[in-house]
Design a protein around this ligand. Structure first.
Ligand SMILES: Cc1cc2nc3c(=O)[nH]c(=O)nc-3n(C[C@H](O)[C@H](O)[C@H](O)COP(=O)(O)OP(=O)(O)OC[C@H]3O[C@@H](n4cnc5c(N)ncnc54)[C@H](O)[C@@H]3O)c2cc1C
Length: 473
C-alpha cells in the first residue's frame, strides 16, 4: 500500500528517472511511478525476458545503466503503476494510482511530472488498415520484443525516426521496401549547424543514412503516403510528391509491402500537467501545446515541477539534464539550497536542447499536410468518425475541440483524443481562418488512463451493502 512520500515523480523515462535519482541524493524520500513495469521510458525501453540475450544497442546499454542506478539508489521505483487522477491537497498532492487491479492514493509534498511525448500520425485513406504502425510505436516492438512490423515494410515520416526505424528493421533481418519522407535534403542541411553541437549523434544518424543508401533502399525525399491499400492487411501504398507547403501534387506512385510504419513527429503529452492545474501555451518550436513553465522545471504552482519531452520535444539527451534540474528545483522547494548545482547544469541543457529542437523542427507541420486527410478518411478511430463527419460538425458551429468532442464524441473513446484531437484542431483552424495556436486542446478530465470500475469499487459482498429501510407510507 502506497501512502506518503516527499517527492512523487510520474514517468521513469530519462527525465523522470534522473529527477528522482537527483532528489534522492538530498536525503528526501522519492517515489518514482511508471505504467511500464521497468524504467527507461520510450527511448531506453527494456528488453523483455524473452530476448535478454539479444545483442545490445546504445539504447539498451543506456537503459540498463539507468535501471542499475535506480536499483542502487534510495529511490522507491513502482512499475506497472498508472496515474489516473491528480489532486492538489492542503499539504501537497494526491495521486490516484492504478496498480495490480486496485486504485491506491499516494500523498506527496512535491510532484514532478515527466510523462514524455506521444506520436502524431496525419490520417490518410487506409491508415487504420492492419499492418500500419506508428513510426515511434514501432521502436517499442524492436526494443522490447525484437519483433518486425512485417516481412516487407514501407517506412514513412518526418525527422530522424524514419531513418532509425528503417535501419533497425534491416538490422533485425527485415526488408525495407522504401523510405518516404516529407523532409527534403535542404531541410536536413538547415539543421546541420545545430547538429554539430552533438557530433556523436550526428555521426550515428549519418551512418544510418549511408547504410540505407549503400543497401539500395529508395529514399523519396519531399514525398508522403497518400493512400494505404489492402482489405485485411496492408498490400501496397500510394505516395505522391509534396509541394513546399507539403500539399500532395503530381501523379501517384505505388510500392508494395505488407506493413507501413507511419508518423509525423511527436507531441508533448500534457494531460497530466493540465490535470494538475497548469495552463498551456503554443510553441511551434517545441512541438505544439506545452504547459506554461518557469526556469529549471519549475511552474507557477507551488510544489509542482515538470521535465522532459512533456514540456516540449527536446529529445532524450536534453530530457536527462532537464530531469536533474527539475529534481534540484523540487529539493529547493523542500528547503535545501540547490542554486549552485543548477547553475552548473543549465549550459549543458541548452546545448542538448538545441540539437533536439533542430530534430523537432523537421516535424513542424506545414499547412498542406492536412490535405492528406481526404473527406472519407477516418480521423477519430475510436468512434469511426471521418473527416466529413467532423467537418459537418465544425460547419454547424462547433468552433472548439471541446464543442466537437461533446457533439460527436471525438476524443471520448479509449484513446482520450490522443489520436484525433490534433487533426480536429487543425481542421477547426483551417475552417475558421486562424492558426492552431488559437484552438486549444479539450479540457482535461480524469481518468488520465482507463480505470476498471472494479478497481474503484474494491472488494465487497452484496450482503454487506447497507440497504435503507423503505420509507414509511
Ligand atoms: C512511442 C515513442 C517512441 C520513441 N522512441 C524513440 C527512440 O527510439 N529514440 C529516440 O531518440 N527518441 C524516441 N522517442 C522520443 C523520446 O521518447 C524522448 O526524446 C525521450 O524518451 C524523452 O524522455 P522523457 O523522460 O521526457 O519521456 P519518456 O521517455 O517518454 O518517459 C515518459 C514515461 O512516463 C510514463 N507515463 C506517462 N503517463 C503516465 C501515467 N499517466 N501513469 C504512469 N506513467 C506514465 C510513460 O510510461 C513513460 O515511461 C520516442 C517517443 C515515443 C512517443
Amino acid at each position: 500500500m502506497m501512502q506518503n512520500t516527499d517527492i512523487a515523480v510520474i514517468g521513469a523515462g530519462p527525465a523522470g528517472a534522473n529527477a528522482a535519482l537527483t532528489a534522492a541524493r538530498h536525503s528526501l524520500s522519492v517515489t518514482l511511478l511508471d505504467e511500464q513495469p521497468t524504467a527507461g521510458g520510450q527511448v531506453w525501453r527494456a528488453k523483455s525476458t524473452a530476448i535478454l540475450d539479444a545483442p545490445n544497442t546504445p539504447e539498451t546499454v543506456a537503459g540498463s545503466r539507468l535501471r542499475q542506478e535506480i536499483d542502487d539508489s534510495l529511490v522507491t521505483h513502482i512499475g506497472a503503476a498508472r496515474i489516473w487522477q491528480i489532486e492538489r491537497s492542503e499539504k501537497g498532492w494526491n495521486l490516484y494510482v492504478l496498480r495490480q487491479g486496485r486504485s491506491e492514493v499516494l500523498h506527496a509534498r512535491a510532484l514532478i511530472i515527466a510523462t514524455g511525448a506521444r506520436e502524431f500520425v496525419q490520417p490518410a485513406p487506409g491508415w487504420t488498415t492492419p499492418g500500419v504502425l506508428g513510426l515511434a510505436g514501432a521502436t517499442a516492438l524492436f526494443k522490447q520484443e525484437m519483433t518486425l512490423p512485417g516481412k516487407r515494410t514501407i517506412v514513412s515520416g518526418t525527422g530522424p525516426l524514419v531513418f532509425f526505424v528503417a535501419s533497425e528493421i534491416r538490422r533485425l533481418g527485415g526488408e525495407v521496401a522504401a523510405i518516404i519522407t516529407p523532409n527534403s535534403r535542404g531541410d536536413w542541411l538547415r539543421c546541420l549547424p545545430a547538429m554539430v553541437s552533438r557530433p556523436d549523434l550526428l555521426l550515428r544518424g549519418a551512418r544510418w543514412i549511408a547504410d540505407l543508401i549503400l543497401g539500395g533502399i529508395p529514399i523519396w525525399w519531399r514525398h508522403a503516403v497518400t493512400r494505404v491499400e489492402g482489405q485485411t492487411q496492408v498490400a501496397s501504398i500510394e505516395f505522391r510528391k509534396l509541394t513546399a507547403d507539403w500539399s500532395p501534387t503530381g501523379p501517384a506512385r505505388r510500392v508494395e509491402g505488407d506493413s507501413l510504419c507511419l508518423g509525423n513527429g511527436l507531441l508533448p503529452a500534457t494531460e497530466a500537467a493540465q490535470l494538475a492545474g497548469l495552463w498551456l501555451e503554443y510553441s511551434l518550436q517545441l512541438g505544439g501545446w506545452v504547459p506554461c513553465q518557469v526556469a529549471d522545471g519549475g511552474t507557477d504552482i507551488g510544489g509542482l515541477f515538470l521535465c522532459g519531452d512533456g514540456t516540449g520535444i527536446r529529445g532524450a539527451a536534453a530530457a536527462e539534464i532537464h530531469g536533474r534540474l527539475a529534481g534540484l528545483s523540487a529539493v529547493q522547494h523542500l528547503g535545501a539550497d540547490t542554486r549552485a548545482e543548477r547553475d552548473r547544469l543549465r549550459a549543458a541543457f541548452h546545448r542538448a536542447a538545441r540539437f533536439g529542437m533542430a530534430m523537432t523542427s523537421l516535424g513542424i507541420p506545414r499547412p498542406g499536410l492536412l490535405r492528406l486527410t481526404t473527406d472519407e478518411t477516418i480521423v477519430c478511430r475510436c468512434e469511426s468518425l471521418s473527416r466529413t463527419d467532423i467537418a459537418a460538425e465544425i460547419s454547424s458551429g462547433a468552433g472548439s475541440t471541446n464543442a466537437v468532442k461533446s457533439g460527436l464524441r471525438a476524443g471520448m473513446g479509449p484513446c482520450g483524443g490522443k489520436f484525433c484531437q490534433t487533426t480536429v484542431a487543425r481542421m477547426i483552424a483551417e475552417t475558421e481562418g486562424c492558426t492552431e495556436a488559437d484552438v486549444p486542446p479539450p479540457t482535461p478530465r480524469p481518468p488520465l488512463r482507463p480505470v476498471p470500475v472494479a478497481a474503484l469499487a474494491g472488494d465487497f459482498r452484496y450482503s454487506e451493502l447497507p440497504i435503507p429501510k423503505p420509507a414509511p407510507l
